[in-house]
Write a protein that binds this ligand. Structure first.
Ligand code: NDP
Length: 299
């Protein structure tokens, strides 16, 4: 958490700084892994097609993984290769002992069955935490790989010193990528969790009851300042571009900052944590594969 007080009692949670410290911790773990096993943790990133946003994400992930001391393999496939070839690539990576983490960049181009691809990834290498075996592990409190963005949100809450045990938490959004795993993680930390979505009635009132409010909707500044309980912890997962080209979250930051106890900005809040947790998951997968004492991700 930074010291920058922006409103009465509101403190911005500095995702960039927290992500940097997670990445430094992962780097130490990767160096120790190399010293112990004679090779680096390995991450394979599979990119199908030419989607410009996906290309940028993959480039950023590659760079971060190299900086963290990992071996990185990027598998670039033409959008036309088809499902069978993509599945064959995934199975080859599953069998490759130098690869500890596999990430298939989503969304896939039209015509691919993304769910089948996710199911094809070896669950012990599924560093996106999307395989049904990892989803089941998360909901049943078993160790497993957890989706990176919600894992990053928990890290931010912990670093900000937010008490989750017994807290009333509202997660707005129920996607498999963010909302649902976020709710499971909060429940695992003994918060009392409500999941809201597009059919929820009286959303502002519901949010006003939250000690911890997580917005993962994808609607620019939908959550207004007067939806926020004074002193609440607000985690804004949303990334939206306004008509003017400005990047904003799902929370109206300038209003919310006057009510929240702590709040993540957009950009510079949750965003940097996603890659940091991907690295943390990959290190965990490598250590687990080696049967080593692992740095379990902290959620
Ligand atoms: P999805 O579109 O998959 O899910 C959005 C969720 O919001 C749905 O559950 C939907 O409800 C709900 N919703 C939509 N409109 C409303 C409304 N008016 N009131 C209440 N709930 C509503 O998005 P994701 O979960 O993948 O992503 C959410 C946001 O987070 C996006 O802006 C995305 O860009 C961002 N994101 C950021 C990441 C990061 O690294 N910071 C990583 C991943 C995502 P219903 O289910 O009923 O349709």
């Amino acid at each position: 958490m930074t010291d920058s007080v922006l409103g009465p009692g509101a403190v911005t949670i500095d995702g960039k700084a927290i992500a940097a410290s997670v990445r430094a911790r992962v780097r130490l773990g990767a160096d120790a892994y190399l010293a112990q096993h004679g090779r680096k943790p390995g991450l394979a990133v599979v990119l199908v097609g030419e989607d410009p946003a996906s290309q940028v994400y993959v480039r950023n992930k590659d760079r971060a993984a190299i900086d963290a001391g990992f071996d990185v393999r990027t598998v670039r496939l033409d959008a036309a290769v088809g499902q069978a070839r993509l599945l064959a690539e995934v199975l080859a990576l599953n069998a490759d002992r130098g690869v500890h983490g596999i990430l298939v960049q989503l969304p896939l181009p039209d015509g691919y069955d993304a769910a089948a691809v996710v199911r094809a990834v070896d669950p012990t290498k599924d560093v996106d935490g999307l395989h049904p075996a990892n989803v089941a592990a998360l909901w049943s409190g078993e160790p497993g790989l957890v989706p990176c963005t919600p894992a990053g949100c928990i890290e931010l809450l912990d670093r900000a010193g937010v008490a989750l045990d017994g807290a009333s938490a509202v997660v707005v959004g129920r996607s498999a990528l963010v909302g649902k795993p976020m709710a499971a993680l909060l429940l695992g930390r003994n918060a009392t969790v409500t999941i809201a979505h597009s059919r929820t009635r009286n959303l502002p009132d519901l949010c006003r009851g939250a000690d911890v409010l997580v917005a993962a909707v994808g609607r620019a500044e939908m959550v207004r300042g007067d939806w926020i309980r004074p002193g609440a912890a607000v985690i804004d997962v949303g990334i939206n571009r306004t008509a003017e080209g400005q990047l904003v979250g799902d929370v109206a930051f300038a209003e919310a900052v006057h009510r929240a106890g702590c709040i993540t900005p957009v950009p510079g809040g949750v965003g940097p944590m996603t890659i940091a947790m991907l690295l943390s998951n990959t290190l965990f997968a490598a250590q687990r594969a080696a049967g080593a004492a692992h740095d379990r991700p902290t959620h």
